[in-house]
Design a protein around this ligand. Structure first.
Ligand code: FAD
Length: 425
């Protein structure tokens, strides 16, 4: 194992997705003396590379970029990016708030390239407390490169923002190593690159990713046979109407946080249709047209199997057999591949945090995004994207990045002192 250098960083960030990239910009614009280093598992900046589906649009206004709601005059806004790339006027002519996902990734990559504060190909595999006679004043962050080489970094504070972990349904448990059982997050890299003519593919799920994959595959020249399988009765539209959209305003975080726990649960349930198991209405219409068109020419290549539960997955020779339950009847269907568009879990990786777990009083962060740590543990441990139950639906999205970063920067200067105060509460 090598040690990165002799430097003790004021802050180390785990992951360099939009959350920590936004924080890197906020640190720079606040002109703080904080020396930060971010550690990213991927070999270069890439935002959801496996879901860069051609034609997929953003589900958030470009005005909710990395910085704009905090500092509209920043040189790192999406508008600045467009201007720099010479596309501002043509973007305006499109008359939309929603860039393509490909363009937004290009914007994020453009900002990331201007912040050489990230070491790539550094997957964080462990965090250890640096204990001096019972008092912890720093942490060691252990990373592993694709080559297997390990590097150790030391920091006074941490900000953990590794995003979600792909969630597979239980029927996939015994098939984790089967390359034909794929999560949506790997769609472009694992499916599109090796698609064979006429393949039979099951897509499990009823959310935006499932719908995007269905529509994309349906249009491909390989003409795969597609079953979109979902538990629910139908594909439902996401609610992005103006009053509902107000729940994503950064000003709502305080109001949500102040609610009693039961009321928070109820609010999350009530507003789940803004984000979970729902699909943009224009995509629903596209899919409806596709399925309708094939009925005109009496084809049966595309099928929506709603109200259908997958109960079992078995490997039978060359094919994958799914047992499906619909209206009280069971049947078996055979597929060449199964794509699980079944979402992501957001739980802090206890294996990575193992070395500091004994100091962590709770895995639920406070309003300031810090985990409450035991007395004697000076480093502040912030989390980004892990507070939906306490901070609201915006927390896993791009909606509050700019303000959340600003809040974290504001507390960082005094972080070690305040960490002790939390423990004492
Ligand atoms: C396909 C897709 C489209 C989406 N579209 C939208 C949208 O239009 N609008 C919206 O508001 N939200 C959208 N989201 C939600 C999404 O969570 C946010 O857009 C955003 O990605 C959150 O940023 P993040 O930095 O917290 O997490 P991520 O973007 O997931 O970034 C986390 C980073 O951490 C790295 N990492 C993970 N583990 C480690 C480790 N152990 N060591 C080092 N690095 C690690 C990952 O490689 C990754 O680069 C979308 C999500 C998906 C999956």
């Amino acid at each position: 194992m090598t040690t990165s250098d002799q430097e003790i960083y004021d802050l180390i960030g785990v992951g360099f997705g939009p959350s920590n990239l936004s924080l890197a910009v906020a640190l720079d614009e606040a002109q703080t003396p904080i020396r930060a280093k971010f550690l990213e598992a991927q070999p270069h900046f890439a935002w959801h590379p496996g879901m860069m589906i051609p034609g997929a649009d953003m589900q958030i206004s470009f005005l909710k970029d990395l910085v704009g709601q905090r500092n509209p005059q920043s040189p790192y806004t999406f508008v600045s990016y467009l201007h720099h790339k010479g596309r501002l006027n043509r973007f305006i002519n499109r008359k939309t708030f929603f860039p393509s996902r490909v363009e937004f990734n290009d914007y994020l990559s453009w900002v990331a390239a201007q912040f050489p504060v990230c070491d790539y190909d550094r997957k964080v595999v462990g965090i250890e407390a640096v204990d001096h006679h019972g008092a912890v004043d720093a942490v060691d962050v252990v990373t592993r490169a694709a080559s297997g080489a390990e590097t150790r970094y030391r920091a006074r504070n941490l900000v953990i923002a590794p995003g979600g972990v792909a969630k597979f349904p239980a029927f996939c448990n015994d098939h984790a190593d089967d390359p034909r059982v794929i999560h949506a997050k790997d769609y472009m890299t694992s499916v599109v690159s090796s698609l064979r003519p006429g393949e039979r593919i099951a897509i499990i799920g009823a959310g935006q990713s499932a719908a995007e994959i269905f529509a994309d595959l349906a249009d491909r020249p390989e003409a795969p046979q597609l079953d979109l399988i979902m538990r629910g009765r139908t594909i439902k539209p996401s609610d992005d109407s103006p009053f509902v959209n107000e729940i994503f305003d950064p000003s709502q975080t305080d109001a949500f946080y102040a609610l009693p726990e039961g009321a928070r649960h109820a609010a999350l349930d009530e507003l789940a249709a803004t984000n979970y198991s729902v699909v943009d209405e224009d995509l629903i219409c596209t899919i409806y047209e596709m399925v309708y068109e094939q009925s005109v020419v009496a084809e049966k290549r595309l099928s929506i199997q709603s109200d259908t539960l997958v109960t079992q997955l078995e490997t039978t020779g060359e094919t994958l057999a799914l047992t499906l339950s619909h209206a009280g009847e069971m049947r078996t269907e055979r597929y060449d591949r199964i794509i699980c568009a079944t979402g992501y879990t957001r739980a802090l990786d206890q294996q990575v945090l193992h070395g500091i777990a004994q100091y962590c009083l709770k895995t639920v962060p406070g309003r300031d995004y810090r985990l409450p740590m035991a007395d004697g543990f000076a480093p502040s441990v912030y989390v980004q994207g892990y507070s939906e139950p306490t901070h609201g639906l915006s927390d896993t999205l791009l909606s509050v990045l700019a303000q959340r970063s600003e809040e974290i920067v504001a507390t960082l200067a005094e972080a070690p002192v305040q960490a002790r105060e939390i423990a004492a509460e």
